[in-house]
Design a binder for this molecule. Structure first.
Ligand code: NOJ
Length: 551
């Protein structure tokens, strides 16, 4: 935010705290567990951590329903444990960013409790509306998690808006006092030494005046009125001006449905940006329609189009945030890769995005090729969104089809505990894990991959180190080749010193690759490969290679 751009040289690691590592044996991941693993994270070549929420929360949405923004939940070890982790990270030269969830609070937050009682100054902290004269809801907007976006409150005798779970009430960001509260939260953590924020659905904070009915979007009514709303830029600029500009910190905004053109309104480095990076969703949509629950066959061309659109769209103007996994989507090996070819496909997925221009993020467990979880009983799902989907969508379908919809769509697949070893509970906890451990932990775990020079884990280490050593990856231009191929993703990165070519096969069969024009393969140096030193242009299933030409 002050033009230092340190985050452009870094690789981030995302921790979803409940499932990372339990340090005190109560079955829940915690900060003691994180502290134990700081060297592990560093050993991946990651120099920054993004923490999904650590704050006190009733846990309806696993921490994204916050009841106190200025504390750390006791179950994660409280503030002392957090300071220890923060210091430990800084001692290792690593940065730490927090999740800022201010589109909504938990209904257990003091603000909400006072607001529903109309105690000042909290009365207008949330979006309250009376019922319409005919007793109908204030408008027809949908919640993204469960049903309609309104909940009747018996105490206040009004509806409040909730774009997510019923227990996540939307804040009224149009109220200047609420914005002051947000700034106080930001200062609190920045003064403590955190290095920035990932801002949860921040593009939803400004709702269109009058909250009009939406007559167009049938399944996501209202989204065009609350996503990128009228005052979004103004409020983000206020946060930047009053807070972020005074610290050496970074901001990363979650932005559903954003395009590069829209993103540039916020992150264009040539015109005083109000944010540093945005999380786009397009690269998550190569095997589904908008939501993971509407599953489709994976299309490599869709994925490539999305990458290329973002690489070209931000070129020389803004900076990409690069990711393939996070806590909101099922695991990539099971989606764009192949569980049968876990090893090769996990590595190819890594290569496909780690050499793009931008700042890569690695989600816990991705680095060992963790894959989806296939419970036999729908009751085993924990996630609020998944449970609502199960109970309300496709209910006439067969039990098997309904269950499969969850297998492919539920984010719980990415929330099973990290598999540290082949020991009890995958080495995640000595107690009873809060959530199910994926049954494949005996084969897929950190301990066994540490030992194996050719493991997915050690491949990630190599790929990240290589990425950091190549000026073309940090600075070079991007160009895609063979756009229509449904097998290969081929792209080059080039600066004044070097040219690299990245080739990834997404096929489960051997396939012949043709070098693009102008690349003399006889002079190419193979600098990374997931199938050993091979020079045949026939690629093995999910083979990927990175070639270098020094200038
Ligand atoms: C996006 C977060 O990543 C997700 O986990 C959460 O459920 C929603 N925002 C609501 O906060």
């Amino acid at each position: 935010m002050n033009g230092k751009y340190w985050y452009k040289d870094m690789v981030f690691y995302q921790i979803w705290p409940r499932s990372f590592k339990d340090g005190n044996g109560d079955g829940m991941g915690d900060l003691l567990g994180v502290y134990e693993k700081l060297d592990y994270i560093k050993s991946l070549g990651c120099d920054s951590i993004w923490f999904s929420p650590l704050y006190p929360s009733p846990g309806i949405d696993c921490g994204y329903d916050i009841s106190d923004y200025m504390d750390i939940a006791a179950e994660f070890g409280g503030m002392d444990a957090f300071r220890k982790v923060l210091d430990g990270a800084h001692e290792r030269g690593m940065k730490v960013i927090m999740d800022l969830v201010v589109n909504h609070t938990s209904t257990e937050h003091e603000w909400f409790k006072k607001s529903r009682e109309r105690i000042e100054p909290y009365t207008d902290y949330y979006i309250w509306r009376p019922a319409k004269a005919n007793g109908k809801l204030p408008n027809n907007w949908d919640s993204l998690f469960e049903g309609k976006a309104w909940q009747w409150d018996e105490v206040r005798q009004e509806y409040y808006m909730h774009l997510f779970a019923v227990e996540q009430a939307d804040l009224n960001m149009d109220n200047p006092i609420v914005r002051e509260e947000v700034k106080n939260i930001l200062r609190f953590w920045l003064d403590m030494g955190v290095d920035g924020f990932r801002e949860d659905v921040i593009t939803f904070i400004s709702k269109k005046e009058g909250l009009p009915d939406d007559r167009i979007m049938p399944k996501a009514r209202g989204i065009r009125y609350f996503n990128h709303g009228p005052h979004l830029h103004e409020y983000l600029d206020e946060f930047r001006r009053d807070v972020f500009s005074k610290y050496d910190c970074m901001t990363l905004a979650e932005a559903p449905m954003v395009t590069p053109e829209v993103a540039l309104k916020y992150i264009d480095e040539r015109n005083e940006p109000v944010l540093d990076m945005m999380i786009q969703f397009k690269t998550q949509e190569a095997d589904c329609l908008f939501t993971d629950f509407v599953h489709m066959p994976f299309s490599l061309t869709k994925l490539k189009k999305a990458y290329t659109k973002w690489q070209n769209g931000l070129e020389d103007k803004g900076w990409n945030m690069l990711y393939i996994e996070n806590h909101d989507h099922p695991r990539m090996v099971s989606r764009y890769g192949s569980e049968k070819f876990r090893d090769a496909s996990a590595k190819t997925l890594a290569v496909s995005y780690l050499f793009l221009k931008g700042t890569p993020f690695i989600y816990q467990g991705q680095e060992i090729g963790m894959s989806n979880w296939y419970p036999e009983d729908p009751e085993m799902y924990e996630d609020v969104q998944t449970r609502w989907q199960y109970e309300n969508v496709g209910t006439k379908k067969s039990a098997k089809k309904r269950l499969q919809r969850l297998w492919y769509g539920s984010r719980d697949s990415a929330r099973t505990p990290v598999q540290w070893s082949d020991g009890e509970n995958a080495g995640f906890t000595t107690g009873t894990p809060w959530f199910y451990v994926n049954e494949n932990y005996k084969q897929v775990n950190v301990a066994s991959q540490q030992e194996d020079e050719n493991s997915i884990l050690n491949f990630y280490r190599k790929a990240v180190a290589l990425r950091k050593s190549l000026s073309a990856v940090r600075f070079g231009d991007y160009k895609e080749y063979g756009k229509s191929s449904s097998v290969f993703y081929t792209y080059s990165r080039e600066d004044v010193h070097q040219r690299i070519l990245v080739v990834c096969s997404f096929s489960d069969k051997a396939k012949k690759w043709t070098a693009p024009k102008g690349f003399d393969m006889d002079k190419a140096k193979l600098i990374l490969s997931n199938c050993g030193e091979r020079d045949s242009l026939e690629f093995l299933p999910y083979e990927s290679r990175v070639y270098l030409w020094d200038k």
